[in-house]
Design a protein around this ligand. Structure first.
Ligand code: ATP
Length: 595
C-alpha cells in the first residue's frame, strides 16, 4: 500500500497560532509606534487617517473578504458614526469619550440593517442596496438640519486629555486599530471565520455542516457596523468639522478596494492594502483629480495580475511544489476513535416519496430504509433519481408527497442546516470545498456545530473558544489521519488532486460523528486501488455503527461493500435486496448492469 509522503510544504502541522501568526502585525505596529516617537505633523495626520480607515476596513473585511458580500456602501456607516458622535457631543452635551460607544451602537444597529438584504440578495443586487443606503444617509444628513446642521455641518467631538493633542489622538486611533486587528484575526481563525469563508465558497457544504446563515451574517454585520461607527466618530474628530461632502463615494470605493488589493480571507493583506491606498494620494498629489480612475486601474491590475492580492504574494508556504506521485493511505483502524461516541441507533426511513421538477418525475413513490451499522447501496442509470433522493434526505429538496422519519420522529422536510444536528453528514457528487483554505480548515468546518463559544468569545480569544479550537483541530487531524491526508493538512485545498478531495470530504463528514453518512459517488475519479481503499474505509465506518448510503456507479464496489442495495430506474425502485439478490435480478441486469 502506498503512502502520502510528506511534501516539504506540508511539514507536520505546527501550531498555527503563536508568534508566527502575529509577527507581521507586530512589525506593522512597531513601525506605527516609531512614527509616534518621531512625530511629524503632516505624516502624523495621514497615519492617523490610515488607522481610522483600518478600524472600519477591519470589520468590513469580515463581510467582504471572508463572507464574500459586495458591501460597497460602507461609507454610510462611517457617516452615521460621525454624525452620532458629533450630534451627541454638540447638541446633547455628552462627554466625547462616551460618544464613541454610542457611535458603535448606532453603527452596529445600522450595520445589521444594511446586512439583512444579504440573506436574500446576492452579488450586485446586494451591492446596490448598500449604495442605496449610503444615498439615504447622505440625504438625511442634508435634510435633517436641526440635528446634522445640513449642508453647514457640525463640529466633530473634541476629545479630552491625553487625546487632545495630535500624538495623543494618533495613539488612541492606533490602539483601537490594534484592537480591531487582534479581534478580527481571532475571528478569522475561529469557527466563525471558517463558517463565513465556507458560506462564501461552498454554501451547500456549509449548510450541510449545520452552519446557519442568518445568525452568522447578522452577527458579523453587527460587529463590522460597530467598528465602522467607532471609525466614524474618530473620523469626525480628525476632520474637526463634518459635512455630508466629507463622506464621498470615493471613500467607500477605497475601503472596498483595500480589501480586494489585500486579498480575500486574510487580515494582513487588507491592512497593508488600507495603508497603501491611504498613502497613495500623498505620493500622487498632482493626480488627485484622477483618484477614482487610479483606483479602477489598480483594481484591474490586481484582478488580472495577482487575483489573490497581497495575501497571495505573501503566501510563501503554498508556493513550494507538492510531490506529484502521492497516494492516499487510509487508516480505518483510527475510525474507532473518530466515531467513538455512538448515537442512539435508529433507522432512517423514506416512505412514498414523490418529487417532480416540472414534467420530470425525479422520484416516483420511493420507499427506502437505512439502518445503523449497514452500508446501503443506491444504484441506477443516469438520471434515475439517486442524487435527488440524497438531497431529499439532506433537506435540500422538499418532496411534493411522502414522509421521512428518523427513528420515531418525522424528519422535517427542507432546512438542510438542521441535518447536521440530527447526525446526518454527506459528501457531494462534485466535491464542495473551500479552495483557498487549508485542508485542515476545510475539515474543521465539518465540526462547526460542536462549538458553543460565542462570536465575542472568539473575538476576544477567551478560554472556552481557545479550548474548543484546540479540540476541533485535534479531531480534524485525527479524521485526516484516518483518511490518509494528514501530510497535506496545511496545504491549500485547491492544490489537491481530485481523488484527495473525495477523501477530504469524507474526513469533513466524519467530524460530525455522524449517525448516517451519505456518500454521493465517492469513487468517481478514483483509481482502482483508491476505490478499494475507499471501500475499506466505508466498511469500517459502518462497523462503528454508522448507517452509510452509498450512491455509486461502480457496481463492483457496491456489491463488495454493501449489505443491501436498492436499484432505481426512472425514480422508482426497480429492485432491492442483498447484493447477491440484486445481482441476479433479471431486470437489473438488462436495465443497468448489462448482459
Ligand atoms: N434541480 C433540478 N431541476 C430540474 N431537474 C432536475 C433537478 N435535479 C435533478 N433533476 C432531474 O431529475 C432527474 C434525476 O436526477 P438525479 O440527479 O437525481 O439523477 P442521478 O440518478 O443522480 O443521475 P447521475 O447518476 O447522472 O448523477 C433527472 O432527469 C434530472 O435531470
Amino acid at each position: 500500500m502506498g503512502s502520502t509522503t510528506l511534501p516539504a510544504a506540508a511539514a507536520p502541522v505546527a501550531a498555527s497560532g503563536g508568534l508566527r501568526r502575529w509577527l507581521p502585525f507586530l512589525l506593522v505596529l512597531a513601525l506605527a509606534l516609531a512614527m509616534a516617537a518621531a512625530w511629524d505633523g503632516y505624516w502624523g495626520v495621514i497615519a492617523t487617517r490610515a488607522a481610522i480607515y483600518w478600524v472600519l476596513v477591519a470589520g468590513l473585511n469580515l463581510v467582504v473578504g471572508y463572507a464574500g458580500q459586495l458591501a460597497i456602501g460602507y461609507v454610510s456607516l462611517l457617516a452615521l458614526g460621525a454624525y452620532t458622535a458629533s450630534a451627541l457631543v454638540e447638541k446633547a452635551g455628552l462627554p466625547a469619550l462616551l460618544a464613541l460607544p454610542c457611535a458603535a451602537a448606532m453603527g452596529a444597529a445600522c450595520g445589521a440593517i444594511i446586512g439583512l438584504p444579504a440573506l436574500r440578495l446576492r452579488t450586485f443586487y446586494f451591492a446596490m442596496t448598500t449604495l442605496g443606503f449610503a444615498t439615504i444617509v447622505t440625504q438625511v444628513a442634508l435634510a435633517w438640519v436641526p440635528v446634522t446642521g445640513g449642508g453647514m455641518g457640525l463640529p466633530g467631538p473634541e476629545l479630552p486629555a491625553p487625546f487632545d493633542t495630535p500624538q495623543g489622538f494618533y495613539l488612541l486611533c492606533l490602539g483601537l486599530a490594534a484592537l480591531s486587528t487582534w479581534m478580527t484575526v481571532n475571528v478569522g481563525a475561529s469557527r466563525w471565520g471558517r463558517s463565513l469563508v465556507a458560506m462564501r465558497d461552498a454554501e451547500v457544504a456549509a449548510e450541510s455542516a449545520g452552519i446557519g446563515k442568518p445568525r452568522l451574517f447578522v452577527t458579523v454585520f453587527l460587529f463590522s457596523g460597530a467598528l465602522a461607527g467607532v471609525a466614524g466618530a474618530l473620523f469626525a474628530t480628525l476632520q474637526s468639522y463634518i459635512t455630508p461632502d466629507a463622506f464621498t463615494f470615493d471613500l467607500s470605493v477605497l475601503f472596498f478596494i483595500a480589501i480586494l488589493v489585500g486579498g480575500r480571507g486574510s487580515v494582513l493583506g487588507p491592512l497593508l492594502g488600507t495603508v497603501i491606498l491611504t498613502l497613495l494620494p500623498e505620493f500622487a498629489a498632482p493626480l488627485v483629480a484622477w483618484s477614482t480612475f487610479l483606483y479602477a486601474v489598480l483594481l484591474l491590475v490586481i484582478v488580472l495580475a495577482v487575483p489573490g492580492g497581497i495575501a497571495a504574494l505573501l503566501d510563501f508556504k503554498n508556493r513550494k511544489p507538492l510531490e506529484i506521485d502521492r497516494s492516499v493511505a487510509v487508516r480505518p483502524e483510527l475510525l474507532r476513535e473518530v466515531l467513538a461516541r455512538h448515537r442512539e441507533a435508529a433507522p432512517l426511513a423514506l416512505r412514498d416519496i414523490h418529487l417532480s421538477f416540472g414534467g420530470v418525475r425525479a422520484i416516483d413513490g420511493l420507499d427506502l430504509e437505512l439502518r445503523p451499522g449497514e452500508v446501503h447501496g443506491l444504484i441506477g442509470p443516469n438520471g434515475s433519481g439517486k442524487t435527488t433522493t440524497l438531497n431529499v434526505i439532506c433537506g435540500f429538496y422538499v418532496p411534493q408527497q411522502g414522509e421521512a422519519r428518523l427513528g420515531g420522529s418525522p424528519l422535517p422536510m427542507g432546512q438542510p442546516q438542521l441535518r447536521a444536528g440530527l447526525g446526518l453528514a454527506r459528501t457531494f457528487q462534485t466535491p464542495r470545498i473551500v479552495g483557498e483554505s487549508s485542508v485542515l480548515e476545510n475539515v474543521m468546518v465539518g465540526g462547526t456545530i460542536s462549538g458553543a463559544a460565542s462570536f465575542l468569545e472568539a473575538a476576544l480569544s477567551l478560554p472556552r473558544s481557545r479550548a474548543e479550537e484546540r479540540a476541533l483541530r485535534n479531531r480534524a487531524l485525527l479524521c485526516l489521519r484516518a483518511v490518509g491526508l494528514e501530510g497535506l493538512a496545511e496545504v491549500r485545498a485547491d492544490r489537491l488532486q481530485h481523488s484527495e478531495l473525495r477523501f477530504l470530504e469524507i474526513a469533513r463528514a466524519l467530524m460530525l460523528n455522524p449517525a448516517f453518512l451519505l456518500l454521493d459517488e465517492p469513487a468517481a475519479g478514483l483509481t482502482g486501488e483508491e476505490m478499494w481503499r475507499l471501500g475499506e474505509l466505508v466498511r469500517q465506518v459502518a462497523a462503528a455503527g454508522v448507517g452509510v448510503l452509498l450512491v455509486e456507479h461502480h457496481a463492483e464496489l457496491i456489491f463488495a461493500v454493501c449489505d443491501r442495495v436498492t436499484v432505481l430506474n426512472l425514480g422508482k425502485e426497480l429492485a432491492a435486496g442483498t447484493p447477491a439478490e440484486v445481482r441476479s435480478h433479471k431486470e437489473v441486469v438488462s436495465a443497468y448492469l448489462g448482459g
